[in-house]
Design a protein around this ligand. Sequence first.
Ligand code: KIV
Length: 291
Amino acid sequence: MATTNKITVSSLQSKKERGQKICMLTAYDYPTAALQDEAGLDVILVGDSVGTNVLGYRGSQQVTMDDMLHHLRAVRRAVRRAFLLADLPFMSFQPSVATAVKNAGCLVQEGGAEGVKLEGGRPVLPQLKAIVDAGIPVVGHLGFTPQSQAREFYLFSDRRGTVPKFHGKGPKGAKTLLEEALRVEEAGAFALVLELVTEEAAQAVAERLKIPVIGIGAGRYCDGQVLIVHDLVGLTEKDLMLTKTYGQTRQNWIEMFRAYRREVEEGAFPTAQNAAHMTPEKRAQLAKLLN
Ligand code: KIV
């Protein structure tokens, strides 16, 4: 049974210190977020993956602040206990420090986020630091960073057989990643997401950072895990080795939609039980009226 204690930046930090894994999922709508909150998830992320998973965009570069706010507000209405995190979308923080602080503030004030996530290392550290200085908790995101890598569409639209490009494949790459992660921590991030990183490199980062490191396609030794909810429930056709499908929603939904269509076409739905009825008296009056 999930505890009712509200998840905060400090409770997430305590989880790392106690060696307890942090559990995070994306959500983009009210009912999904409500179920995740009830299931006891620690962090609910309104990711810019809303673009490819919900809005039918080709990549996350198309996602706007308006898109984020629309979905964030829906999720906000549902979340009581989990920490609510929102992505700063492409071009909402890259242009300048002032733009970054303004848009991070907007996700908090107008969308109800409790923290923001931004992709990238060294080039965006001034933005990260300024957002933290403004009093907004920030999560960093290194490894594969979809906003700045155009190959995202290729990687995430392919089905079986896709071999994603992992970061930190060799010692030099792993060391560079670690250095970048330490800079993100030093700039004030309270957690870091590592995406598509070899298990060895991710472990080196998680062991050396004081803040929690949350992996997606980053192996077993991170302090927590994040997945895209549509992959977890089997709503997408993706079958990447980094994710795990816990249900067959896509197939179940197709079958339900087909069953519904069949019953409507055959006249099996709606039945008399699905309808409201007049009293026999009123029915007789109606027949008279129409004759
Ligand atoms: O947008 C997103 O869903 C993300 C996760 C992959 C961490 O950034």
